[in-house]
Design a protein around this ligand. Sequence first.
Ligand SMILES: Cc1cc2nc3c(=O)[nH]c(=O)nc-3n(C[C@H](O)[C@H](O)[C@H](O)COP(=O)(O)OP(=O)(O)OC[C@H]3O[C@@H](n4cnc5c(N)ncnc54)[C@H](O)[C@@H]3O)c2cc1C
Length: 400
Amino acid sequence: MPATVTATATALRGDASAHDYTQHLEEWAASLAKVRQLVAEKLAPKVVDVDLKAEYPEAFLRELGAAGGFRGAVAPEYGGNGLGLKHVVQVMEEAAKLCLSTGFLVWCQTACARYIQMSDNEALKKSMLPRIARGDVLVGTGLSNTVKSCDTIEDFRLSAKKVAGGYVINGVLPWVSNLGPTHYFTTGCPVEGEAKGDDGLVFILVDCQQPGFKLVDCAHFVALDGTRTLACHFRDAFVSDAMVLSHPGQSREYVKRIKPGMILAQMGMGLGLIEACVDMMKQANRTHAHVNQFLDDQAEDIDAVLQEARAATYALADTLSANPQADVVLDILKLRLAGGEMSVKAANAAMLHMGAKGYLQKSPAQRRLREAYFIAIVTPATKHLRREIARIEAGTPCPA
Ligand SMILES: Cc1cc2nc3c(=O)[nH]c(=O)nc-3n(C[C@H](O)[C@H](O)[C@H](O)COP(=O)(O)OP(=O)(O)OC[C@H]3O[C@@H](n4cnc5c(N)ncnc54)[C@H](O)[C@@H]3O)c2cc1C
């Protein structure tokens, strides 16, 4: 039985009849087939423009939403498909096989949906989740600084002050992706006068059109430049309680609910990119196996690691779908670290296999190499993951 099916079977064992399980598998297969078709027809022709012209694939994202590509992140009562985090990862993989920018945008959309889904704000879930699941509303997540600050890597860049009916926010987040004038995003920051550390935070959904808030286009990147990554400026921006996902006093528990899935889901980017690199290596070997065999990293070796990482990701995704606070944090951090490291290794190997052909400006080989570094540097970056793993293994509590 393939790993996908094994993991699904494990997740369903005991709480679904044989007929329910058949129906579940059919819905899952039909949904991914639709996503694959859309990626082949609509995303494939755009990939070079997304990379070289920084074209934001907005139309594709909206079509992907309409085709059900974001619905795994949302519970069925709010417009989701009940297929859970594994479906989110698999859709991301399909996009990332062709284009990491789009794979990352799928992560942004579904991560934000999950943060809302895991809040206690019922009204916001009802009003926003169905629209996000359909791709009618596009959303991002500005949690890198929040997560890095909670892990004491850098200072918080935003601050909040409690006022009647909400919070007033000030500060700047330098890089948040999947944004635009009609978009929303989530972030979290400390509230004045509340406990220091991760229990004194407010998490909010921000409407990019709201007063006191401004998007600024200031950074350009060597890859992932089509992801509409903008700076977010808050100047006495009032965010009402209606847009709050978690208040101080609840935020430590909220972080525990959202963080493992946020990190694990990023594996969708790595799995897709690595598969594309293995394919390129195999393609190069059709004509150049006689010399490529002298390279350090061979297609079969990278493919074997890919299959192992994919099975582990799907199994952990099913575990988290069943219990978002399952005791698997260390496993997720190690897997995610391997995802970044293997992405760079696979892209490097693909480049060396392809040779000068891969060095052309429109070749996917050099693009995949530039993209792979993003997986290793986006929060949690390789260095951040190694620090957290060392801390947990040493039994040292987080100093926050
Ligand atoms: C293409 C792209 C998209 C991203 N999208 C998101 C997103 O959607 N949401 C999100 O929360 N984060 C996003 N990030 C931020 C990312 O997750 C990391 O937090 C960021 O790359 C810094 O991590 P680091 O480990 O390199 O930080 P560190 O090595 O700890 O710090 C890097 C240095 O960069 C500095 N720095 C940060 N921003 C700027 C800036 N604008 N100009 C100059 N210096 C700066 C920091 O202060 C620090 O000194 C994105 C980054 C990139 C490159």
